[in-house]
Design a protein. Structure first.
Lengths: 188, 1145
């Protein structure tokens, strides 16, 4: 039996196997030059550098990957993809990690913002700030007092016209696009 | 009539020069061309080469028959009887077949008559144009009329027509009338314009008045053809696509039928551009898009006129073609994917490697001082960024340029040296590829002794810093982002195929690989897809100097084989060497001829006074003033004077002395005087000072001194014909029957010389027989078996297995060697020796090798996979460790074969079992050149590569007989434990033991036991001892293709000796006056060629006159003047000094 053993490593191959295998393939050619990490504008906020993240994928360290919130920090600016000398699609690898993480409870909470954002855009045709924020806090469902803390800031933004009250928007104008996206995602 | 040559060498860089010289010394006529106006390629810009950090190009000069090539600095000039150097020339068309290629060269005229230009530089000063200088890589500006390189000999100005503003100031300023804009001929340059557009006619009539061209207009194609048929005065046709009466295509065809070579330019509008391009493809010269604007049209027409009038085509017939186009450097500025922003390349503190070399050069913009361009501040910290434009799939560069690691280390060392150690130097790299012989040592030296910092990280981009420097960020070993500011950043830019490779490929029919380099064959890297067309230097793959030189040797060998096979030059009789009378007993009578054609001399000095004073110099019998020594008329004057006064020394004072070398030889033949008794000295440079009174006097003094010293030197010249001649035994001894030895034997045997191949084992084939596959999928075994079969049945090759050479005596051309074979000892006479003793897999008894069945070497694993002993499907894990016991203190070299071997095994295993986990522990992956592509493949296939440091090698333990490897992963910064079924170790190469051969053949080995060549870069397959050559892995770690190249290069060097019937002693050699010699032996140690030995029997110093190269080192150290160099005796040398210091009366 051959394996790459690390203290924190535990296989959860059943659930994540195929996604992880594809991810592994995607970053296999990485030679750990570190260009991605050095060029990442959000790198300072990541607990594990992107370079180490690819390495963890190569080693199949699922637990360590899900312990990290690195990929949630990715803002899809595509700088790493642009700079990678191996031509790897690193931004989409980060997106895959996000999707993978959404399957866990912890991940669902971390991913709440993404879902709240997309749901909001789907139902309004654009971002409706107030609706999105309430959706986000609902989806996180960790601390009911949390939204109240943002009340003063919210009021100030409201006063300046940066945040709009519910209502308005374009309705479900983007509905067909979302439907198409779901259809494509459902495809193998 | 076409001029015939054995071979055409395209590209006069280092590869081209080596190939041309190799062919020339073997007796073939070579045409060496380059599209640049100067020879030397990229090396003309580089002053320093590692490992010596000096230049050493002169070491490539022929060592035997030295007189046939002038022994000058090769960067300055290349002169050889058999080489015609044709510059500013490009291949225009190639037809024919191997053995008889018909080549036409397009030679673009420098527009400055080289026979008139005296390089005074006035033209350049008056020229108003300033553009980036190519020589200084854009760090300085040059005029439109300029010297391409400052050091070439002969060195003439050339006009860059593309940037010329046509102010004609240079033409007016030139004191010798060398610049020819063909003003006179304009009135005969009839232009036929066939176009319907009235605007074209109106514009041309209005604006071309000054140009003086006779214009003829027609709107009808048929009429145009009629006009052309009537007269042959037309020199140019401008053909519009809208002509009446006849299809423009038909007009073009008729033009070419009536007047072949008549330039036709197509006038088109944007809409019909494609049709116009079609016509250009059919032979039109170029196309112009209407509407034509006078501001651009008039200069364009003027320049076209000058090109048409001045450019020439040269027609050649050659046996073989050697392509040595070199490479171009990746330029961030011209990268469509944007190199300027990422690498901040438009910032003055960011340089490419070549620019940095120019900055450090004495002829560079700062005279060698390390000052930052832009603000001139001294540079105190420099960063080198590796792999800029290499190893980057996004820039179509899934290859390693192979040269950058070493040149960056060298530049860092030079920068340290130039600043007295004050500049901090850092190299940012991914893998430091020190895969060549002694490269790792050089790196260790740089890191440990010279204080160069190596950082393994790839900065992603550069930012300008407020202080004029450059800021970059990189990841350190702890995974932290570290910002650092440097005064200067050097981009180690990678190699790209040279411009025009695709066109050249089309003409010669060769195929290009995915990256645009010439596709070559695995086991004969000099062969391209086209028979008779060979790749030298880095044309087939980016290579460093040493490999380029070897590759050039191999290409020369292949070309030589074609020349031999097709008997290309059979019809050309070689002229017999003339015999000259011995004048050493006659009193010297010197004829001094002063060329007074150019006005600068007359203006500066009083020629008659000068002549009168010279006439009083000892031994001068006549001072003749001739007009234009450079013209046939002037030359005839000199000949006549020589006939009249019967001198036995001739001195010519003129400009450009180097240009006269071939002429002197001719003159020698005509008047029966040895050319060694003639000399040409430069008396014109002294006149370029100024116009002041004192300048005239100083120039006068200088010219007199130049001539007087030359007279004194000629008095001492002593070209007594050489008494020592060696009759060459025309066969070769090849020691070693592996790939190298077999290849070398075939190469020599195919030239018709006998070869004796001695192999110590019972079988031929050597260690290459242990290979089963190659990365490119070819079958090395099959190749070896075929090669062995060919050698076995070759009529010129005798094979002795289980035999060794036990004793060897003699000198190049005639060795006597005793061969011990199972049938007894027998003597052998041979002219040359090639040592191809090879290397073997190093023996490793660690990590459970030879103890556990699960541990093996890469070679063992390859065999197990290939023979099916190992079922990859049944394995659950494989681990590999690279650099096992390599590159440590006692083994400070990279074996070069293990990384490709490892990748080969990874790919083979992955192909059979894609899910097999493979872990590779490595230090630096050495996959130079296109091998990088396979490394990418191995990574993509899913092998996990874990880097380790020399200090922390992976630990191997065994559980139940299976290896467990523990190592620290530097990325995770944690220990990784790998359990595997199989552990494969890279054992590396160790040279075979050659202690006995060292003794027998008088050769040396380096600290690692590999043969020590005469010079790593410039004479990579020669030994210091003449007539003995080395190739293959015995010389240094090599892969199969490289071994073949080195074997062919060595064979070519050997053929030089075998092709000669006799080897004559050179005229300038050292001798010993035994009566004065005190036997202090200082000269023995001083001799760089090992030409001196102590003859204990007679108590004398003996000089081997074949080995002696006449450098004079011995004469300089001899305390008693007992050692003398012929022609440089103390007496005459003293009179030379006297003459130089003498005050003219």
């Amino acid at each position: 039996m051959s394996e790459a053993v690390r203290p924190t490593w535990s296989p959860k191959e059943d659930e994540y196997g195929p996604v992880l295998a594809r991810l592994k393939e995607e970053v296999a050619a990485c030679m750990q030059c570190g260009t991605c990490t050095a060029s990442c504008p959000n790198g300072f906020a990541m607990d594990i550098t992107p370079r180490t993240m690819w390495r963890m994928i190569q080693f199949g360290m699922v637990d360590a990957i899900f312990d990290s919130h690195t990929y949630w920090m990715c803002s899809s600016c595509y700088t790493c993809t642009l700079r990678c000398p191996r031509g790897l699609k690193l931004t989409s690898a980060m997106a895959s990690l996000k999707r993978l993480a959404m399957l866990t409870r912890e991940g669902r909470r971390e991913g709440a913002f993404y879902r709240a954002f997309m749901d909001n855009v789907e139902s309004h045709g654009r971002v409706q700030e107030m609706g999105m924020m309430s959706g986000y806090f609902l989806k996180r469902m960790d601390n009911p007092a949390l939204p109240l803390r943002y009340l003063p800031l919210g009021l100030r933004l409201l006063g300046k016209g940066k945040v709009h009250l519910p209502g308005g928007g374009q309705g479900r104008i983007l509905g067909p696009m979302f439907a198409k996206a779901r259809e494509m995602e459902a495809m193998p | 009539m076409r001029k015939q040559y054995g071979a055409l060498v395209v590209g006069a860089g280092i590869g081209g020069i080596r190939a041309a010289l190799d062919l020339a010394v073997t007796g073939h006529k070579v045409a060496l061309i380059d599209r640049r106006p100067s020879h030397g390629g990229i090396l003309s810009q580089l002053d320093h080469q590692f490992p010596t950090d000096h230049c050493g190009m002169c070491r490539m000069l022929p060592l035997m028959s030295r007189d046939s090539s002038s022994q000058y600095c090769l960067r300055k000039g290349l002169f050889h009887d058999n080489i015609d150097l044709i510059l500013s020339a490009e291949v225009g068309a190639v037809e024919g077949e191997p053995g008889k290629f018909l080549v036409s060269l397009n030679r673009s005229s420098p527009l400055v008559d080289p026979t008139k230009c005296v390089s005074c530089g006035i033209c350049s000063t008056v020229c108003p144009v300033r553009v980036d200088s190519e020589f200084n890589a854009g760090l300085t500006k040059r005029a439109a009329i300029y010297l391409p390189v400052p050091h070439a000999i002969p060195n003439h100005y050339v006009l860059d027509l593309d940037n010329c503003q046509r102010c004609w100031k240079c033409h007016e300023a030139c004191p010798t009338g060398a610049i020819d804009f063909k003003f006179e001929e304009r009135k005969d340059f009839h232009i036929l314009v066939a176009d319907k557009d009235p605007e074209v006619r109106a514009m041309m009539e209005k604006h071309l008045g000054e140009s003086n061209f006779p214009l003829h207009f027609t709107e009808n194609g048929a009429e145009a053809v009629d006009l052309l048929a009537e007269s042959d005065r037309f020199r140019l046709v401008l053909l519009g696509l809208d002509v009446d009466g006849m299809d423009p295509e038909r007009v073009l065809t008729r033009c070419h039928e009536l007047h072949p070579g008549l330039p036709v330019v197509i006038l088109t509008d944007e809409a019909r551009r494609e049709q116009a391009e079609e016509l250009v493809a059919q032979g039109a010269r170029e196309l112009l898009v209407k509407p034509l604007r006078s501001g651009r049209f008039a200069p364009w027409l003027d320049k076209l006129y000058m090109r048409i009038m001045s450019d020439t085509t040269v027609e050649l017939e050659v046996g073989a073609i050697v392509l040595a186009g070199g490479f171009e450097c990746y330029s961030p500025a011209s990268d469509p994917a944007g190199g300027n922003d990422v690498w901040c390349y438009d910032h003055p503190a960011v340089l490419t490697a070549v620019e940095f070399e120019r900055l450090l050069s004495g002829t560079g913009p700062t005279g060698g001082k390390l000052l930052r361009p832009g603000d001139g501040k001294p540079v105190r910290s420099i960063a080198w960024l590796q792999c800029v434009g290499s190893r980057d799939v996004k820039k179509n560069a899934d290859f390693c340029s192979g040269i950058c690691c070493m040149f960056s280390i060298k530049e860092a060392m030079l920068a340290r040296k130039a600043t007295g150690g004050e500049a901090e130097t850092s190299i940012f790299y991914m893998d430091m590829r020190t895969a060549g012989k002694e490269y790792q040592r050089y790196r260790n030296h740089a890191e440990q002794d010279a204080g160069v910092r190596f950082v393994r990280s790839r900065p992603h981009s550069l930012f300008p810093d407020d202080g004029g420097g450059i800021r970059l960020e990189y990841l350190d070993d702890e995974g932290r982002l570290v910002p650092e500011t440097f005064d200067m950043v050097v981009l180690a830019v990678g190699a790209r195929p040279p411009k025009g490779t695709d066109r050249l490929a089309e003409m010669t029919g060769l195929t290009l690989n995915d990256w645009g380099f010439a596709q070559t064959r695995q086991y004969s890297p000099e062969r391209t897809g086209s028979v008779g067309v060979f790749a030298a230097g880095s044309f087939g793959e980016p290579r460093d100097i040493s490999e380029s030189v070897i590759q050039a040797g191999a290409a020369a060998q292949a070309a030589s084989r074609i020349i031999k096979a097709y008997d290309v030059l059979a019809g050309i009789a070689t002229e017999p060497e003339p015999e000259y009378p011995d004048v050493s007993r006659e009193p010297p009578r010197t004829l001094v001829a002063i060329c007074a054609s150019c006005p600068t001399l007359k203006q500066t000095v009083d020629i008659e006074g000068l002549a009168a004073r010279l006439a009083r110099v000892h031994s001068v019998c006549k001072v003749a003033t001739v007009g234009s020594a450079c013209t046939p008329q002037g030359w005839a004057d000199i000949e006549a004077a020589a006939g009249e006064f019967k001198p036995n020394r001739i001195l010519i004072g003129a400009c450009m002395p180097y240009a006269y070398i071939p002429r002197l030889k001719e003159l020698g033949r005509t008047i029966g005087l040895n050319p060694a008794l003639m000399d040409v000295v430069d008396i014109y440079t002294a006149t370029f000072g100024g116009k002041g009174e004192d300048d005239g006097k100083a120039a006068d003094k200088e010219i007199h001194a130049t001539l007087a010293t030359a007279v004194a030197r000629l008095q001492g010249a002593d070209p007594t014909p050489p008494p020592v001649m060696v009759d060459v035994a025309r066969s070769a001894l090849v020691v070693g029957g592996g790939l190298g030895g077999l290849t070398a034997a075939m190469a020599i045997a195919d030239h018709g010389y006998g070869v004796c191949l001695v192999e110590s084992e019972e079988q031929l084939g050597g260690s290459a027989m242990r290979l089963h596959t190659q990365l490119d999928g070819s079958d090395p075994r099959k190749y070896m078996e075929e090669l062995i079969a060919q050698v076995r049945k070759h009529p010129n090759i005798k094979v002795f297995t289980d035999s060794r050479a036990v004793l060897s005596r003699g000198i190049a051309g005639r060795f006597r060697t005793a061969i011990a074979s199972p049938d007894g000892v027998f003597p052998l006479e041979h002219g040359v020796t090639i040592l191809a003793t090879g290397a073997h897999e190093a023996k490793v008894y660690e990590s459970g090798l030879c103890v556990h069945g699960s541990v093996m070497t890469h070679l063992g694993l390859e065999e197990k996979i290939a023979t099916g002993q190992l079922d990859a499907g049944a394995l659950s894990g494989v681990a590999m460790i690279q650099c096992w016991r390599r590159r440590s203190e006692d083994r400070a070299y990279c074996s070069k074969v293990c990384c490709p071997e490892m990748v080969k095994n990874v790919l083979a295993l992955k192909e059979r079992n894609p899910d097999l986990p493979i872990h590779v522990f490595y230090r630096d992956i050495m996959m130079p050149g296109f091998l990088e592509h396979y490394y990418t493949k191995a990574r993509k296939a899913g092998a996990v590569f874990i880097r380790y440091d020399k200090e922390n090698p992976p630990k191997v333990a065994f559980e139940d007989g299976k290896p467990v490897i523990t190592a620290r992963d530097p990325i995770l910064r944690e220990d990784v434990v790998v359990r595997a079924d199989i552990l494969s170790l890279s054992s590396g190469l160790e040279p075979n033991d050659v202690e006995d051969l060292q003794e027998v053949f008088g050769v040396e080995v380096n600290a690692d036991g590999f043969y020590r060549e005469a010079d790593f870069k410039w004479r990579p397959v020669d030994f210091l001892k003449q007539g003995v050559f080395a190739c293959g892995t015995g010389l240094g770690p090599r892969r199969m293709g490289e071994t073949v190249a080195s074997a062919k290069a060595a064979a070519q060097r050997a053929l030089r000796i075998l092709n000669a019937e006799t080897i004559a002693r050179e005229t300038v050699v050292a001798t010993v006056r035994h009566s004065l010699c005190s036997l202090c032996q200082a000269c023995v140690a001083a001799c760089p060629y090992g030409a001196r030995v102590v003859d204990l029997e007679h108590g004398r110093i003996k000089v081997d006159e074949i080995l002696c190269q006449g450098c004079g080192a011995c004469a300089a150290v001899c305390p008693n003047s007992a050692t003398v160099l012929k022609g440089f005796h103390d007496g005459p040398m003293m009179s030379v000094i006297d003459a130089a210091l003498e005050e003219p009366a």
